[in-house]
Design a protein around this ligand. Sequence first.
Ligand code: MG
Length: 465
Amino acid sequence: MNNHPTRRENTMSRLMVSVSGVRGEIGRTLTPEIAAQFGSAFGTMLGAGATVVVGRDSRPSGPMIRSAVISGLLACGVRAIDLGLVTTPGAALMTGELKADGGVVITASHNPLPWNGIKFLRPTGLGLSVEAAARLKQIWESRDYAYVDPARCGTETTNDSTHATHVGKVLSIVDVKAIARRRFKVVLDSVNGAGGVGTAMLLKKLGCELIPMNAEPTGLFAHTPEPTEANLTDLCAEVARCGAAVGFAQDPDADRLALVDEHGTYIGEEYTLALCAAYVLGGRTGSAAANLSTSRMIDDIAARHGGTVFRTPVGEANVAGRMLEEGCIIGGEGNGGIIDPRVVPVRDSMAGMALVLAYLTATGRTLGELVGDIPRYAMIKAKFPCPADAAPKVAAAARKQYAGRKGAAFNDSDGLRIDLPSGWVHVRASNTEPIMRIIAEAPARDAAEALVEEVRQIAEPFVKG
Ligand code: MG
């Protein structure tokens, strides 16, 4: 044993408890004890007699964490329905379908294999509100659990209909026959996550000639699981080699979708939402929602079709919540997270794939051609150390500096986003680390870099020392 862990190990092994749930390294910070405690806390929050669905991604630690969470739930008199190995959108969908009082997904999303996590869902399938997440954390910290007397312990049942139910819902939003006539050749990289089984079912029903990669849900990820360009070189090569119309990449819990065009070119996760929005807003009248850090492409697309885009604080539940409030017909995040509320009000790679194939079918054009139709921007992401109390001062100073700029518009619902005719910049404090993130976008790379640099200089006096 190393008695002197490095600084990096200390950071890496922290148990992260946030509004999105709990994440930690298995056997180090995320243990069966911790998982049972959070099961007990969630059971206490919902109360005896509540029903909770529980799903897990394909990680080898999934059954261990699942059993511990369910143990805590049962101790509080909760009825647990084990969905088995399912995607995050699948678990969210079943929370609603089975009229459960809440849901739990055992997943660490795109984190590597040593990690796992516990995500808690509301009855609609959305992640917890900030208030509910704070209450859950407070119950966990107090260890004040409402255990029931032995005769009233909860019951556990299983339900294996998630994939079929999910596929049925996704098929209901597109013209299946029209897509099937195209006989699209599709390469699907599921990175040995939870997406492979249900997505293969979906693509076959859509008449696709499917070339699966890393389809077995072993949790032994064939490559670094985040669906970024650097991690998808094999998928790009396979799409080019077999002349496929499109390559789809999922993250391990299948809520994010990255696309590869017919030339084998990775086209970037920001385009997933832009393309889906172009299809949906082109065919139906309605509005869209996206978080403040998402590309301006969706605004350009909405403007073409006379639609509105609502911008929300970063966080999937914020986007989904706003979509439900405003009745948006499409929304999501620039990380490949597509939300079509007709399927489920959370990010769903399977809904995203169906919309992309429907767009190709409706236009008769290739993915590369459709990407070429969308205005191209350069996005720069940067961060700098910043104590939490300095963050509001940085935002206020930036607002002051840009206030006189022609056409400047401000959104301060999460840090500060400044929209200018020539681009935008969003600066916000991290929830988990003492840093500020700056994201800027402009038609040219040097203009985006200049925006980042300008905000960095405004911040400098506040973060010194
Ligand atoms: Mg994910």
